[in-house]
Design a protein around this ligand. Structure first.
Ligand code: FAD
Ligand code: NA7
Length: 542
């Protein structure tokens, strides 16, 4: 007996995306499994997030030593950094170095957007098409499309009429000169806060259009000496062990102490220590174990931060506008002297909930009360159609011609964040309902698991491999249950899809932590992928 069909495609696998995920996936499939791989990115080069988000002030808020691949011990020793957090150019340089080291660019076709991918049940192949006219057949697709990548442009009246420069932070062009300009920024999330802080010293005047104030703690970015870096490099094995066996994977010990179990003085001492040390995730997860799950603990953290805002911002009216009143339950933000920016004479803050933007005009922004804000540059720091945004832009069709858009019309599914029922041999890196962490360790976990699954499919002559509907439903229920134990669903943010008008508010993450997520992935693999349908290759008599 021989198998009638090995793959029969043009290549074995298509990988989409040249960020942390896609790059490592190409290396794994091409170099470790020996598959023929074609990869695409619509950017002109590698980097993903760090190619697109070149706005001034763009910084990772994961500590430098753990915002990188863990698997490559040689690269861990060779790479270096200067400060405790990495700027966008540094991360882009790092990813380019990674691409050089493994000669990854030769597998990519850049400046090319994948527009459709249809599964053919007769051949078990995907046909992938691009905006450059390519049509390629492959057995596997791995999507590294990014979860904060499809930009969200607000539908504000007159947005097309602006005669100055209109720039979304997630598509920042080269050569923007902010010096001496009248600049407006819409949005005060993580990105908005970074770009506001960096732009204020350059602008003639900066006007911030804020809809919802957000909590922010200092990032604590400081120089890291060569001696400290040497020490980290010596301890990398232990550092990564800790990261992979933690919840949020940021490289600090997560607290096990409930906030209300200590006195108010002790609580404030611990908050102050975290404030001085810096880091948003650290403030939320290293101080106490229940800031994100218990209302009283959450209130204590809110109170600490809002008191700081009052102390930092000199004008009480501005301080009041900057003070959040909702739960501290969005992605925790941190920055460098964010609230201090509003003490500058050349910065003004507009609350667009109280005084909405009526129209973007040729020369700036007109507010509901008739105020005209004249602008040379308008920066949209309005975030992303997070998680499934880029998936919805591709005409994906699985078994029976069912579209992914249709399957996900009530909110995205996504088994284990890596696969989808009815979409055989189709894998996602950071797909819906994956872990909510410092992302490179989660990306690495998923890329390695996907690669092992593909090896299993190859070794076992499986034609089609996708999650059983019951397994996917059970996983979604697990994600919903865990999310329901936290305060995150009660705050309006991209984590649940609340930031884009019309988007379904639904669970999009597994909030159970990386360590538990890895245990589930291992269990699934160890079971011989029992939660997956596995259609064998058709066999023919010799
Ligand atoms: P991405 O880097 O987003 O790459 C996806 C790539 O896919 C893009 O290059 C895109 O062009 C390409 N693509 C998408 N659709 C198509 C298509 N149809 N055809 C062809 N190509 C396509 N995470 C952290 O853990 N810590 C941080 O501090 C942190 N800071 C961040 C700051 C900003 C401003 C942003 C936007 C994100 C941040 N993130 C952070 C999240 C960050 O996205 C991840 O850490 C990581 O870089 C994601 O890598 P990725 O490869 O999964 O996706
Ligand atoms: P976010 O966190 O989604 O923030 C977007 C900001 O833009 C937020 O302040 C929004 O206000 C604001 N926004 C969005 N649409 C509008 C309109 N129409 N009018 C006024 N203001 C608007 O995106 P970021 O890019 O900052 O961060 C995303 C993640 O990327 C971040 O968590 C890091 O992981 C990196 P709202 O709060 O919705 O009222």
């Amino acid at each position: 007996m021989t198998h009638t069909n090995t793959h029969g495609g043009d290549v074995d696998a298509i990988v989409i995306g040249a960020g942390f995920g896609g790059l490592y996936q190409v290396k794994k499939l091409r170099d470790d499994l020996g598959l023929k791989v074609q990869a695409y990115d619509d950017a002109p080069g590698v980097g993903g997030t760090w190619h697109w988000n070149r706005y001034p002030g763009a910084l990772s808020d994961t500590p430098s030593h753990v915002y990188r691949y863990a698997f490559d011990k040689e690269l861990l020793q060779e790479s270096t950094w200067e400060t405790t957090y990495l700027t966008q150019p540094e991360i882009l340089t790092y990813l380019n170095r990674f691409a050089d080291k493994y000669d990854l660019r030769r597998s990519f076709q850049f400046d090319t957007r994948v527009t459709a991918a249809h599964f053919d049940e007769a051949t078990n192949l995907w046909t992938v098409t691009t905006n450059k006219g390519d049509t390629v057949k492959a057995k596997y697709i791995v999507c590294g499309l990014g979860l904060l990548s499809a930009i969200n442009t607000p539908d504000i009246k007159g947005i097309g009429n602006f005669k100055g420069e209109l720039i979304h932070t997630g598509q920042w062009p080269e050569g923007v000169d902010l010096k001496g300009k009248r600049i407006g920024v819409i949005g005060t999330g993580s990105t908005g806060q970074q770009v506001i802080t960096a732009t204020a010293p350059l602008a003639e005047h900066l006007t911030v259009f804020q809809r919802t104030p957000q909590y922010n703690v200092p990032v604590g970015n400081r120089p890291q000496s060569p001696e400290e870096i040497t020490e980290i490099k010596k301890n990398y094995d232990a550092i990564w062990d800790q990261v992979f066996s933690s919840g949020v994977a940021f490289g600090f010990e997560e607290s096990t102490i409930p906030a209300m179990s200590v006195s108010e003085e002790e609580r404030d001492r611990i908050f102050q220590e975290a404030w001085d040390e810096g880091g948003g995730f650290r403030f939320m997860f290293a101080t106490f174990c229940d800031i994100a799950t218990d209302e009283a603990a959450n209130k204590a953290a809110q109170k600490f931060i809002t008191t700081k805002i009052k102390q930092i911002v000199k004008d009480p009216k501005t301080a009041e506008l900057l003070t959040p009143t909702d739960l501290y339950a969005k992605r925790p933000l941190c920055g460098h002297n964010y609230f201090e920016v509003y003490n500058r004479d050349n910065v003004s803050l507009i609350n667009v909930k109280r005084n909405p933007i009526e129209e973007i005009t040729e020369t700036g922004i007109r507010l509901a009360d008739g105020t005209e804000c004249e602008l040379d540059i308008l920066i949209l720091a309005t975030g992303f159609d997070a998680v499934e945004g880029n998936y919805m832009k591709i005409d994906f069709r699985g078994r029976g011609g069912v579209t992914l858009a249709d399957r996900w019309k009530d909110g995205p599914d996504g088994y284990l964040g890596v696969s989808e029922t009815g979409f055989p041999n189709f894998f996602m890196i950071l797909g819906p309902n994956g872990p909510f962490t410092n992302l490179p360790p989660s990306i690495e976990t998923q890329v390695e698991w996907i690669s092992d699954a593909i090896k299993y499919i190859e070794d076992n002559d499986i034609a089609a491999f996708d999650p059983k509907p019951s397994a996917e439903e059970e996983w979604l229920e697990t994600c919903r249950t865990i999310a329901g134990m936290t305060l995150f669903p009660k705050a309006e943010s991209w984590i649940f899809g609340a930031n884009v008008p019309g988007k379904k508010n639904a669970v999009r993450f597994y909030l159970g932590g990386l360590v538990n997520y890895r245990a589930v992935l291992k269990e699934v693999a160890d079971s011989g992928y029992a939660s997956f349908e596995q259609t064998p290759m058709p066999v023919a008599a010799e």
